[in-house]
Design a protein around this ligand. Structure first.
Ligand SMILES: [Zn+2]
Length: 159
């Protein structure tokens, strides 16, 4: 089974997605991922390109909410994202290490793993991570935001 991190899309295709006009609207629904403390929300991305489905996905650990990530998926393959509190090596352009720094990613056929670079300032919440993702990759966010931690505390999202 192909890894979710392996992008079958080309650099040109991903750049076309990034430069396209994109928008997210509607409600925000958090669902718990099975047997874990992670809650996830996703929104369809309206765009001008034909023949592909784009989604914005946000994931947060409700027990450790400083752990969160936001990504853009192309037909269920992650092609762009923001990582927070996840240390790892940049396998693509150089051997730069990201030690608990927020960073953005692009996955294309040019990347042996993923291209990434630092994001400043680091998002302090999942909402800010979604905002960073949207401003970095050109998505207008008009969805009605709901706080996953409040939903968890009030029992809307249960683990
Ligand atoms: Zn990362």
């Amino acid at each position: 089974m192909p890894s979710r991190l392996t992008a079958p899309v080309t650099e040109a295709q991903v750049q076309a997605v990034i430069s396209d006009t994109k928008m997210v609207a509607g409600p925000t629904r958090w669902v718990s991922k099975s047997n874990s403390a992670w809650a996830e929300a996703d929104w369809p991305i309206r765009h001008e390109l034909s023949g592909l489905t784009l989604r914005l996905v946000a994931t947060v650990n409700v027990r450790m909410p400083q752990k969160h990530t936001a990504s853009i998926l192309w037909n269920d393959v992650r092609v762009a994202g923001v990582c927070v509190q996840t240390p790892h090596l940049n396998k693509h352009t150089d051997s730069e290490r990201f030690h608990w720094e927020a960073h953005e990613h692009v996955w294309t056929d040019l990347c042996n793993g993923s291209w990434c670079r630092s994001v400043l300032p680091a998002p302090s919440s999942i909402k800010e991570a979604v905002e960073v993702l949207c401003s970095t990759f050109g998505v207008t966010f008009q969805a009605k935001w709901s706080d996953p931690l409040l939903e968890f505390q009030s029992g809307v999202v249960t683990l």
